[in-house]
Design a protein around this ligand. Structure first.
Ligand code: ATP
Ligand code: MG
Length: 394
């Protein structure tokens, strides 16, 4: 068994020794069967949350009412969840309460897709009541049970289906795809935070080129925040190689650039992204549009800063607008990177000119800044003084 499972085996052993059933479940078993790198390991057990917490010395209660406890073991975190069904779905969302059950089979039955409804024992034996292994071999995304029912229980599953298509290069089986088309509107019931997680995984997937047309074909596009009237723009997404991008703000920069929107800020606000990401995207867009419109200059590189330049450079690469020079290299060559690098202060200016402080100080300072950037003057106190007084005597 692969390394991540080896470490987690101790958790299963401990649960077994205390008289509980425990299995590996979810994405880690799927990825193991696919021979892909394993992400987080999920464990399902017959132990109740209180019993899980009693067995392990270090746990974090992240949602015991839903049956989930995080167990800390050898510096790593493992999600341990009590066997449960999710009954009483209201309003097409995840249920507010769950019911704990005693059988693994019931727990697997509530899972979204057959490939995600496989359990693995501590010895590596596979328990696969819904033929998930075959679905994996055939690269098939198929719901456990009737797709219409499953999407009505929790409409986010429709986005998850497209996310797996993008992430794993699988395809939607026919009845799953037509059920999405039929139920797409239910996505309106889902909180934007949950949609964001899946949408970002779609953007980051190696097969996103196939995922974008699927969002259009299934009509999900109409219910993705801010995409109601963007079917045409979304259809163009496939022509770009998104896989060259790194990180959330780069993805969102390209998304915004490709959309036909007047008000990008309110579009970004709709997605409820962290402020840091929104601010970076807006900064990137200002820099990107300026380069596309007027080309680059040293002042733009200086104002944008290193992170922004690196991100915009990758977005420009994806857009196919290659620059003759490397913008990052040009940035690195700038004689100053920020105001505080300048070897003079406002006090120096006031002394040299023997004038009262005022607006002229910041204006002169900016002239010095541009002078250094354009290499008209060296960043050296004496040289700056000489340069200033020769072109602007007292
Ligand atoms: P990833 O590789 O992104 O972690 P994953 O399949 O592990 O993929 P998670 O969101 O971590 O996805 O969920 C873990 C498991 O929980 C899934 O494999 C699936 O069995 C189940 N699951 C998650 N979300 C849902 C849902 N909305 N409806 C039903 N089952 C779900
Ligand atoms: Mg997971």
């Amino acid at each position: 068994m692969k390394e991540p499972f080896r470490k987690a085996k101790a958790i299963l052993t401990k649960l077994h020794n205390n008289g509980y059933e425990a299995y590996f479940v979810g994405g880690s078993v799927r990825d193991h069967l696919l021979d892909r790198p394993i992400g987080d390991i999920d464990i399902a057990t017959s132990a109740l949350p209180g019993q899980i917490m009693a067995v392990f010395p270090k746990t974090i209660d992240v949602g015991a009412v839903h049956g989930t406890v995080i167990v800390l073991h050898e510096g790593e975190q493992f999600e341990v969840t009590t066997f449960r069904t999710e009954e009483g779905y209201e309003d097409y969302r995840r249920p507010s309460h769950v019911e704990f059950v005693t059988s693994l089979h019931e727990d697997l039955k509530r899972r979204d897709f057959t490939m995600n409804a496989i359990a693995m024992t501590i010895n590596g034996d596979i328990i696969d009541p819904f033929n998930g292994k075959q679905a994996i071999e055939e690269k098939k995304i198929q719901t456990v049970g009737d797709p219409n029912e499953r999407f009505r229980e929790d409409a986010l599953r429709m986005m998850r289906a497209v996310r797996f298509l993008s992430q794993l290069s699988f395809f939607l089986c026919k009845d799953t795809q037509s059920a999405i088309r039929k139920n797409a509107q239910l996505l309106e019931k889902i909180s934007v935070e949950r949609i964001t997680i899946e949408f970002e995984k779609i953007l980051a997937g190696p097969n996103c080129q196939e995922a974008f047309p699927t969002l259009v074909d299934t009509n999900l596009v109409q219910y993705i925040p801010g995409f109601e009237n963007e079917t045409k723009s979304l259809a163009t997404f496939s022509t770009y190689n998104w896989n060259q991008l790194k990180g959330r703000s780069e993805y969102w920069t390209l998304v915004c650039h490709l959309l036909d929107k007047q008000d990008i800020k309110s579009f970004l606000r709709q997605w409820k992204l962290p402020n840091k990401i929104t601010e970076q995207v807006i900064k990137n867009l200002i820099c990107l549009e300026s380069i596309l419109l007027k080309g680059w200059n040293k002042r733009l590189l200086y104002d944008s800063g290193k992170d922004c330049i690196q991100q915009v450079e990758r977005v420009l690469g994806v857009l196919g607008t290659y620059q003759e020079v490397s913008l990052s290299e040009m940035y690195n060559k700038l004689p100053i990177k920020q105001r505080s690098d300048i070897m003079i202060t406002g006090a120096d200016l006031i002394r040299w000119y023997d004038r009262k402080p005022g607006k002229w100080v910041s204006e002169t300072f900016e002239r010095v800044e541009n002078g250094i950037l354009e290499q008209s003057v060296e960043n050296n106190q004496e040289m700056i003084k000489e340069w200033l007084l020769s072109c602007n005597p007292k």
